[in-house]
Design a binder for this molecule. Structure first.
Ligand code: MN
Length: 495
């Protein structure tokens, strides 16, 4: 652990040689003592966790207070240390950050019924919006937990992965930390949707093998890089593969329907250049070398940044063998912003870093003020918007809109995938109930068994007197694995 701590110090020295290293070392000693004897499920000493979280924050170039709070972030939750102890030893600001992280951790989102869920989400966002650094510490904490999730029981894995996909990855996106969003999603994907993950992975592997895509991309990369250099532009050109999770989201869109050749940004090339004017020179060079695709052509997010502040020029061109390839052009600074978002803005110096709170957000200058205003609005929205659906729409956590909460007549709630039918519902309630399905009533009305249930509906299964064989046609419309497996099992047993 000594070496890992030295790594942390070296990381910080690189971007902030004036950091308060005495305080950081004191925090590390304090955390080590507090967590003495505790181990993680993976077997390693617990203190490695806060240390790694601090390293992640240092890689985002965060200030001393954040690093100190990261080292201490689990002490109040998991050890006899109190918040008063932290105030005395490290000051009010550190104690507030640790308190914020502790609170958020306790607002469990998964498994609570919809109203509580939204209530908890509101509380969570409120805590975060008081000091944005809480969000970054929490995101780093979640990132390390996701990286080391292998040791957890299956149920916990699914719970954490789903919560990460629904809350933390969108939060990272809203804050403009694109790199983190992609990593969180890819870590969660195989746990939350193992079958879909495998399907995407196999599809990509066979597609790459067949098409010789990597060699073509390398040819394009070299061609453009050499032309940029000839123009005297100090450029870098990189190839990048699309993250599996966002690829899956694209593949399941009706217009794509799992046809991978329809996803044009599966592989993209990224040109990084020093100045904004160089971006347009690069665009000219690219279009001169490869014909742009007419109808889906160029998006200039430099002239018109995306709502989260993202800036780049995107263009799609015909590469070798007529395959469509996406180019992204941006300056080095835009790249840093796209990868590290808000962290990139206030992290560089200590004075800029102190006291990032809702009221002070106005005073921070960023090239794209949008990111900050989103956070600022959160506070207002939480008070103003009473309606659950409106609130979710406002915070734009799209994944949550697909949550499907179906109620029993007794008020129990089941969280089913979209497109779920009364048959899926019956098996979710109890596998035994599947043997007695006669019909279904939704909100008091009789519906066919392939009816698509919507969030908030009350579903009642009408049962037969005696158990019967499931109908083989149910397999054509059920969407949950559980229902499918049970129907198959019962069909086999009765034949
Ligand atoms: Mn933690």
């Amino acid at each position: 652990m000594k070496e890992e701590f030295k790594k942390l110090i070296d990381l910080i020295k690189e971007y902030n040689p004036k950091a308060d290293f005495k305080k950081i070392e004191k925090a590390w000693e304090f955390a080590k003592n507090a967590h003495e004897g505790q181990r993680r499920l993976s077997g390693e000493p617990f203190a490695m966790h806060p240390l790694t979280v601090a390293q992640i924050l240092a890689s985002w170039k965060m200030d001393t207070t954040s690093i100190v709070a990261a080292l201490l972030h689990d002490t109040v939750e998991d050890t006899p240390i109190t918040s008063e102890d932290l105030v005395r030893e490290f000051g009010q600001e550190v104690a507030n950050l640790v308190g914020g992280v502790t609170k958020i951790t306790n607002y469990r989102l998964k498994g609570s019924i919809e109203e509580q869920f939204v209530e908890n989400l509101r509380k969570m966002l409120l805590v975060m919006s008081r000091d944005l650094r809480v969000v970054f510490i929490k995101l780093a904490d979640r990132l390390h937990n996701m990286r080391t999730m292998g040791a957890l029981p299956r149920e916990k894995q699914i719970q954490n992965a789903t919560e990460t996909l629904e809350i933390y990855a969108p939060l990272a996106e809203r804050l403009g930390v694109g790199k983190l969003k992609g990593e969180l999603e890819d870590l969660s994907f195989p746990y939350a949707y193992p079958e879909e993950y495998k399907k995407v992975k196999d599809l990509v592997e066979s597609y790459f093998k067949k098409g010789g895509i990597e060699a073509d991309i390398e040819t394009m990369r070299k061609a453009i890089l050499s032309k940029l250099v000839k123009q005297g532009i100090k450029a870098e050109v990189h190839g990048r593969k699309k993250h599996f999770y966002s690829l899956w989201k694209k593949l399941i869109r009706p217009e794509n329907d799992w046809e991978i050749q329809k996803v044009h940004d599966l592989v993209a090339l990224r040109a990084l250049v020093p100045e904004i004017s160089d971006c347009y020179v690069a665009l000219g060079i690219i279009h001169n070398t490869y014909k742009p695709v007419p109808s889906i052509g160029v998006s200039d997010y430099i002239a018109q940044p995306k709502p989260n502040g993202y800036r780049s020029i995107h263009t799609k061109v015909f590469g070798p063998k007529g395959r469509i390839v996406e180019f992204q052009i941006r300056t080095f600074q835009m790249h840093a912003e796209a990868e590290f978002g808000l962290a990139a803005h206030w992290s560089y110096s200590e004075n800029k870093a102190s006291g990032i709170s809702g009221e002070k957000l106005d005073k921070i200058k960023t090239p794209s003020g949008e990111k900050l205003s989103w956070v600022k609005q959160l506070v207002g929205w939480q008070n103003e918007i009473a309606d659950t659906e409106e609130f979710l729409k406002a915070v734009k956590f799209d994944t949550l809109k697909h949550r499907n909460f179906i109620f029993t007549p007794m008020g129990d709630v089941y969280d089913l995938p979209s497109g779920a039918t009364p048959v899926d519902f019956a098996f979710a309630v109890h596998t035994g109930l599947g043997k007695y399905i006669q019909g279904a009533r939704v909100d008091g009305k009789i519906v066919p068994l392939d009816f698509k249930l919507k969030s908030g509906q009350v579903c009642e299964i009408l049962t037969s007197k005696n158990p019967k064989k499931p109908n083989i046609h149910w397999l054509e419309f059920v969407v949950t694995n559980l229902a499918r497996a049970e129907i198959n099992k019962q069909l086999r047993a009765s034949s």
